[in-house]
Write a protein of this length. Sequence first.
Lengths: 241, 241
Amino acid sequence: MVAPHALRDGAVAKHEQLRARLAEMCRTSLSPGDALPSERQLCDLYGVSRTTVRDAVGQLVTEGMLVRIHGKGTFVAEPHARSQLHLASFHEDMRRLGLTPTTVVLLAETAVPPPVTVVNLGLRSRDQALHLRRLRLADNAPISVDDAWYNLIELPGLDQLDLHASIYQALEQRYQKPVDRAEQTVRAAEADDVVATVLGIRPGSPVLRFDRVGYHQDTPLEHAQSWYRSDRYELQMSLTQ
Amino acid sequence: MVAPHALRDGAVAKHEQLRARLAEMCRTSLSPGDALPSERQLCDLYGVSRTTVRDAVGQLVTEGMLVRIHGKGTFVAEPHARSQLHLASFHEDMRRLGLTPTTVVLLAETAVPPPVTVVNLGLRSRDQALHLRRLRLADNAPISVDDAWYNLIELPGLDQLDLHASIYQALEQRYQKPVDRAEQTVRAAEADDVVATVLGIRPGSPVLRFDRVGYHQDTPLEHAQSWYRSDRYELQMSLTQ
DNA sequence: CGACCCAACTGGTCATGACCAGTTGAAGAA
DNA sequence: TTCTTCAACTGGTCATGACCAGTTGGGTCG
């Protein structure tokens, strides 16, 4: 008897292949609350050992896509993109969640930033800064908009670069000034008309609003505000004493 | 040959025992950057199979205490520069901000909690738990509502105590089980009618919603959801590499 | 009828053993 | 000397197989 959905031997580990297929199954043919086939059934279906099945399922449980209940089964969790609290660019963040990130640049200009930003970036009154407004998507679904200002005094020529590439990567590789610290506040807010339109939600819907200043060794490089769709994004954090 | 630090057979899973010992080792006798014994050495040292060693080490890697490098070894990570996101009770939290906290108990009962809570608290299907719904005020202004379940298996008699006093203080002083770790997720949500009424805001207003599990040394004690008025509360955090 | 028990599920744990894939340093070749 | 090779580490993957521990529903016994 051959397994109905056998996995390939090869470069990609079987538990990775299985993880991907199960994730796909959760997104498409199953709904939150539905039970997955039992682990032993998955062994037969995909022609792998239980070790491999438990590995694949375990990853999805860790990521929050599945929930295991001893004696009952494994179930599809309520869907939520979930971000650990870390210092990562949007691209890294999404890839860590197994999603494909895309960025649409809505606005790119060099201008004098608003007073708050001038203060946060340690600029003088009439210094110019790079202003980017970007829409962020994961697997082609809008996740967030962010409105960011970059310090051109510390990052000369940044406005000449390809803005579709990762800014964080440029800071690290071209300027040797990676963002190694950030201060941010998070609050719940209503989406205004502009944000709502771009994110594809109703104006007034709740969004997570981040206000963040990124530093390289105490030099402020970035001041950004971001608005995240609350139905597709949540913060996850561990607290210890 | 007997393993030098053999683990006990018994109620606690070996990978849990090993996880605890390795965590202890990291905190006491090792420094960030130090290598752990290799997985095969750990097998011999603790008299367990590699499955178990990988399980225990894997948990600590997930938690960020260890880092595995293929071909080189497993190393103690830099201690997470965790934020000022404090592990504090509402009362401590508010006093730190110079406000006077008050609590109104809206509901107190002993009941079988919903499935999610059963899982989070590590209960069995029909175990009962203490259910508290409380309104929190600072300087007499409503700040948040929280809906919490407490583990009565680990905290027998908690339901007999004065619920207006600080629960956290009782956990610490009466049970010697302070909450020393918590996992929480944060998202933006709309206030439903109940929450809106109690908080004195319009239904549909954005609120910060916390979902939190509090632990004492890996024993889950508390599962709580909280809704915070977004106009009176925001999260502040520092992120470092 | 109701209480109990048990078989047949579910996931949880663990040992054994094999082989693959990076890393490193020492032995040998140029 | 310097470069190459390779053996002996490291962690990564996977199969097999056993038994434990919750859950559930159906059947039996009182």
